[in-house]
Design a protein around this ligand. Structure first.
Ligand SMILES: C[S@@+](CC[C@H](N)C(=O)[O-])C[C@H]1O[C@@H](n2cnc3c(N)ncnc32)[C@H](O)[C@@H]1O
Length: 231
């Protein structure tokens, strides 16, 4: 391990309105990222960078970082935060790894994609909810990331992805195993429902997605970080 710093996703990042505020899932994924053996110059891709919190963390750990986001506001925000913190991060606008040249390969891909189950079948094409809404089962973007991940990684490369256990952690592990990756859950955290899930509680209960949630009056969701290694 050559990460001499105890880097953390930084609070107080600047944001344009509508850009995702780094929160519990960002922090949990940041904890997973800090446990990785990131050597100086290792190439890291942050898919769905938002404010750039995780991209900045990887840069402070010594990585050469590329970040993408489908939101122009997020792209501008992440660029501004990289500049303000004196880090060079290549930030590109577009869908997943679409803006990168074919054949781009990374040592590590980190992603906190939208994963909140939503009454709408399709993800929104604009607005703040694009950062979290992900279809009825919450897997619309997750599954696309999982389909892309193996070819974005060098042999030995690592995918770190956070999502709610409501979306089915075993589904993610099975997809990764079927793609020949060694996958496991390395971090878990319980967190009270935020305003989005709370507002959807009747729908989540009706669909059975909230049945596994912990807690009584204030339901609690579980977040998990899936770590997968390309052989
Ligand atoms: C939950 S937020 C995470 C932001 C940041 N990584 C963090 O952890 O604080 C998800 C981000 O993914 C972006 N996003 C949603 N769909 C995307 C897609 N298809 N391709 C790239 N980015 C996407 C959203 O704009 C949003 O910034």
């Amino acid at each position: 391990m050559t990460t001499a710093t105890r880097a953390r996703p930084r609070a107080g990042l600047w944001r344009l309105p509508g850009v995702y505020v780094p929160q519990g899932d960002t922090l949990l994924l940041g904890r997973a990222l800090r446990s990785e053996d990131i050597r100086p110059g290792a190439e890291v891709l942050d898919i769905g960078t938002g404010s750039g919190a995780l991209a900045l963390l990887a840069a402070r750990m010594g990585a050469t970082v590329t970040a993408t986001d489908v939101s122009w506001r997020a792209v501008l925000t992440a660029k501004a935060n990289a500049f303000r913190h004196g880090r060079h991060i290549r930030v590109r606008h577009g869908d997943l790894a679409g803006p990168l040249s074919d054949g781009s390969r990374f040592d590590l891909v980190v992603t906190n994609p939208p994963y909140v189950p939503a009454p709408a079948a399709r993800p929104p094409s604009r607005g703040a909810a694009r950062a979290w809404d992900a279809g009825h089962d919450g897997r619309l973007v997750l599954d696309r990331v999982l389909a892309h991940a193996p070819r974005l990684l060098r042999p030995g490369g690592v995918l770190l992805m956070v999502h709610s256990t409501m979306c089915g952690v075993d589904v993610s592990l099975d997809i990764l195993a079927a793609a020949g990756m060694t996958a496991e859950v390395t971090q878990r955290a319980l967190t009270p429902y935020g305003p989005v899930l709370t507002g959807r509680l009747p729908w989540l209960r009706a669909t059975g997605l909230a049945s596994g949630c912990h807690g009584g009056e204030r339901p609690i969701e579980e977040l998990a970080v899936v770590r997968a290694e390309r052989r």
